[in-house]
Design a binder for this molecule. Sequence first.
Ligand SMILES: Cc1cc2nc3c(=O)[nH]c(=O)nc-3n(C[C@H](O)[C@H](O)[C@H](O)COP(=O)(O)OP(=O)(O)OC[C@H]3O[C@@H](n4cnc5c(N)ncnc54)[C@H](O)[C@@H]3O)c2cc1C
Ligand code: SF4
Length: 568
Amino acid sequence: MAQIKKPSRVYDAIIVGSGAGGGMAAYVLTRAGAKVLMLEAGGWYDTAKQSKMFEWDYQAPHRGAVKPNTTFGYFDAAVGGWQIPGEPYTNAPGTDWTWFRSRMLGGRTNHWGRISLRFGPYDFKPYSRDGKGFDWPITYEDLAPYYDKTEELIGVYGSIENVENAPDGKFQPAPAPRCYELLVQKACEKLHITCIPSRHSILTRPLNGRPACHYCSQCGRSCATSSNFSSPTVLIPPAMETGNLDIICNAMVREVLTGPDGLATGVSYVDRTTRKEVQARGKVVVLAASNCETCRLLLNSRSTRHPDGLANSTGVVGRYLMDTVGADGTVGFFPVLMDLPPHNDDGTGGMHLYMPWWNYDKQFKNQMPFSRGYHIEFGGGRHMPGEGTFGGSHRYLGGGYGAELKKGCRKLFGAFVGFSSRGEMIPNDDSWCEIDKDVVDEWGIPVLKFHFKWTQDEILQARHARETFREIIETAGGEVVQTAGADENWGISRGGEIIHEVGTARMGSERSTSALNAYCQAWDCKNLFITDAAPFVSNADKNPTLTILALAWRTSEHIVDEVKKRNI
Ligand SMILES: Cc1cc2nc3c(=O)[nH]c(=O)nc-3n(C[C@H](O)[C@H](O)[C@H](O)COP(=O)(O)OP(=O)(O)OC[C@H]3O[C@@H](n4cnc5c(N)ncnc54)[C@H](O)[C@@H]3O)c2cc1C
Ligand code: SF4
């Protein structure tokens, strides 16, 4: 029998995972004086030393080609990707789910897009508005103070706009729009589509010793100057400074351990460097391994008191898995943007303008063919050319080589703009995950099996997005050169592809239909909390991470209060 290493130390709290949810829990708990152990399955990541931000594109081997371990190209900071060797997952027949995981300190916050949008008041009560899905047990007003605090801590740029259901925040000034963005904005004005400065967790002013962004546009490489938000640059350092945080990397947590009373006593993990099974003990356990990994941990934590897994006496764990609806890859060609004088469109990583959903009124009056909305993200311009930048130019130039080809490429450069939608998925009974009884990972831990389906609401939403992109492009004097039609289901993304997966252990006001209460505390195990996106009840069109952070702050404060009151 394998020997299990048992510790003598009992921490105030054990946090599993070091991304957005784990980093925020560590920040709040350690600053309140708790002694915390953070367990992270990936290795240590030192952003300042390991980021490839300052490398030139020509330094990339194999011209930066995408490989299984460099999904978004050689320079992307991710350690992990769509497939992790030794850590499989499976899909039920008919399901086409894909799952992006990062195994590194800070998880996916090292290389995410930094689009940081608050959920609005409607997003917390969607069922009350249109009778679909479920309401959250909290309101926008409950979370608003935590959005405020989070934005002030991490630094988010934006502008005050008073747009319906896209609440303003505590913003730093937004960067100026680029040339092509102004062109698109003008077209949106004609079409009565709201188009406003985007909201990103990137500094345009120095904050807490972090310098402002120097507009290199390389956020995916992770920011060596800490000018954008990541957990290892913004949350973990102040937590470490308290002296209250221990971090163990390469610790793959297998399950949450519980005592005879059903309460959590700690976790069991595999030390990936020694392959030994180790136990850690804590008075409180916080799961923040990202929503699906957290679900897997809950389902794998079976005991006499919790025979169907932890927090699962109602059978709701694994249910209502959601991703964002994406319609990517519509491209417009704008002759007016050809042959512009050389200029620099780099700016912050990502767009400087975006279009929040603008059709609430029509939808409320039942004049739309689908429920819920999407926002539009778009990009183009004369950014620093990277590998593949001029791919496809032969279609316009008719081929060529040498000086003529270069001249042609310069002429075309910046004349293409790509459009994507990011929309709400309504939770449905066919989208869920469970433990695959036949497959384990290389650590012997049973893996997840996914089931996933879009409904007509999502497919018609993708269609509307494609039609809107065409309208915008043509109104701006451009031509659609690439899009998807009915024969391709309007190019709707694969489940998981947008990397905004949420749900599987939802919070609720009734124990009979939810895994967690309104403070993300397990109904069945009062010293177990979740601070990633597993508690999400719906998945608004807004990218989820700002809400993960705000909710994690609120949950962590509740843990501190409950400990003070001796309730846990
Ligand atoms: C390319 C890309 C672009 C994105 N853009 C945006 C965007 O613009 N806006 C937005 O809101 N969101 C975006 N996202 C999504 C965003 O990254 C996630 O929502 C966010 O990181 C989730 O935070 P988390 O803490 O739940 O999980 P993660 O950040 O994934 O962190 C989870 C951590 O837990 C660790 N872990 C997992 N299992 C275990 C285990 N068993 N034991 C120990 N540790 C474990 C993992 O190794 C990981 O480090 C993007 C993601 C990607 C990849
Ligand atoms: S664009 Fe700004 S925030 Fe992003 S990597 Fe460059 S300097 Fe950092």
